[in-house]
Design a protein around this ligand. Sequence first.
Ligand SMILES: *Cc1c(COP(=O)(O)O)cnc(C)c1O
Length: 365
Amino acid sequence: MLTIDLSAIQNNWLRLASMTRASVAAVIKANAYGLGAKEVGTALYTAGCREFFLATFDEAVAARSFLPPDAVIYMLGGLRGVDLEGLHNQQIIPVLCSGFDIEQWLKLKKNNPPVFQPALKINTGMNRFGIDGMELSSLCANIEQITALNPALIVSHLACADDEHHSKNAEQLNKFLISVEQIREKLPHIRASLANSSGIFLGKSWHFDLVRPGAALYGLNPMPLQQNPMSQVLKLALPIRQIRTLSLSESVGYGATANLPVGARLAVVSGGYADGLHRTLGAQPAGILYGRRVNVAGRISMDSMIFDISSVSASEEELMNSTIEVIGEQLPLDGLMQANRQSLGYEVLTSLGDRFTRSYVGGDL
Ligand SMILES: *Cc1c(COP(=O)(O)O)cnc(C)c1O
């Protein structure tokens, strides 16, 4: 059972909002990083969030169906392969990322006036999506084209914001400032947005008019070099499915990688690497059973893992109605990330499988 604390997500959003005069959007792409876009999006709307970023057209259409009509929905992934009429009908605001996107949008606008204003993405050094500075210059030099396009928001994305000492942060900021100034000569009212979660913590110069946090809302540390300022959001408890006491000293699990002494007590739980638990928890995860720390013995399997619970004296009947918590207050996701440096918190969250029942608490505000 994966328990998601919607109040903690709301508090994280409010905490970010208290740090800035900019509007605070929420990035709920990839099913809100695996936590449930509908539940998370609705809770954030209740907290006051009105702008939401999704990655794909399908995600944006789904968000339109569960968010109230005054929610502003952006689609980050560009227009290649996207149903333009659908986008227009559903009032999904594309973040135009290339010359192709701009051309498509102008065509749509010609055939379907009036059309709402798009967003425009600038590459300031990430070199992923976005038009380059040169392309922006020629777009701005063509007064007819820039006024026809009339974007309401100019966006760029930081590559190294989670390392506050990285020189790339200031480099990107300077490039973005130049682009914003350039486009404001033609469109004085255009809003600007640069910061993701970590970017918010770089300081007010990075905030502009709109910030776009995702990870920090879900409890990931936006400043990995410092103590996590965000509230924990997740609890993952794995149900015990079988108890065994070894009648002789023997190996446990695939590959016979662990040997346990006679009398060792084992608990087999549901949840394995097919549920994303390898990267989350490391090779030999710890869990909490009745407040006591227990460790996995042997390899994690696809659908299950085996804990050595020799230190726990509870009856088998009691154990069969219990769970072992592998993410929670005593094992916060953030601490697991520090201990198991081979994976990013982002990957962990988005890998948590669909076989976990997601249970939501809080969120009413
Ligand atoms: C995913 C994404 C974000 C959110 O980033 P976090 O690091 O999760 O806060 C913001 N902007 C863009 C363009 C993104 O793709």
